[in-house]
Design a protein around this ligand. Structure first.
Ligand SMILES: [Zn+2]
Ligand SMILES: [Zn+2]
Length: 250
């Protein structure tokens, strides 16, 4: 696998937003994931917002209201501006994404019980990408959501159909489990990857792993990257994507 980065520097962000982005997958409603969408909504054109019912409810009740902003949704407090159409996803059920050749299957993640986050398994023909929103580790969350996800995607890893996994690591290993608030550390990431690697008979190194969501703090990025390197005893191919750079997968 090779990942090459190309910058989108020369492209107008407004034209990307209006012409190239055909819809949004909302993993969960936390503001570090949704503020950009909300604040740039006046400039956007009509498209769908895809999410689980519990996630879209936050937009309907809290964000796209006239006290917080303006109601750009197609439901909720009037007047309704009808720019974004809510498309409620059902866990483990694949649907087609309007105006694209893509399909998506959502999986529920645990992001501090009882709050739900989402993993999106995106399909184009016979190839897949997996993006996980914020998630805690099963053992910390007292959950089996990641175990269920790993079981579902293991055959795609073994058949080399899964072209990449995007997963979060928010904090370094020094943060105690009770202070993680539904996030992963390098150690917890590698524990979960160890389980997935076992389910795929040791084939996970064929699937590149893109680590996202490192919380900004002084020296954290360097520390997290070095801890991941140290914990990566199964030899996974790990990358750190950066905003506005194109990732090419083979
Ligand atoms: Zn979150
Ligand atoms: Zn977050």
């Amino acid at each position: 696998m090779a990942a090459a980065n190309k910058l989108f520097n020369s492209v107008n962000p407004s034209s990307i937003q209006q012409k190239q982005i055909k819809g949004y997958f909302i993993s969960h409603a936390h503001l570090d994931h949704t503020a950009g969408l909300i604040m740039n909504s006046p400039n956007d054109n009509a498209k769908n917002l895809y999410g689980l019912a519990s996630v879209l409810d936050v937009f309907k009740k809290n964000y796209f209201t006239w006290s917080a902003w303006a109601n750009f949704g197609n439901e909720g407090e009037g007047p309704i501006l009808n720019k974004y159409k809510y498309q409620t996803l059902v866990p483990k059920k694949e649907i087609a994404i309007d105006n694209t050749d893509l399909f998506v299957t959502p999986f529920v993640l645990s992001h501090v019980q009882p709050y739900e986050s989402t993993a999106f398994l995106v399909r184009h023909q016979n190839s897949y990408l997996l993006y996980l929103g914020d998630t805690g580790a099963d053992k910390v969350e007292q959950s089996e959501q990641l175990a269920a996800l790993w079981k579902a995607i293991a055959p795609l890893v073994m058949n080399k159909q899964l072209k990449g996994i995007f997963i979060e690591v928010s904090f370094d290993n020094s943060i105690p489990e009770k202070a993680l608030f539904g996030h992963l550390t390098p150690k917890l990431l590698m524990e979960e990857m160890g389980k997935l690697n076992q389910l795929t008979n040791g084939n996970l190194k064929n699937t590149p792993l893109f680590v996202t969501h490192i919380k900004p703090c002084d020296g954290c990025e360097i520390k997290i990257k070095s801890e991941i390197k140290k914990e990566n005893q199964i030899g996974l191919n790990i990358f750190y994507p950066s905003q506005a750079s194109l990732i090419e997968l083979k």
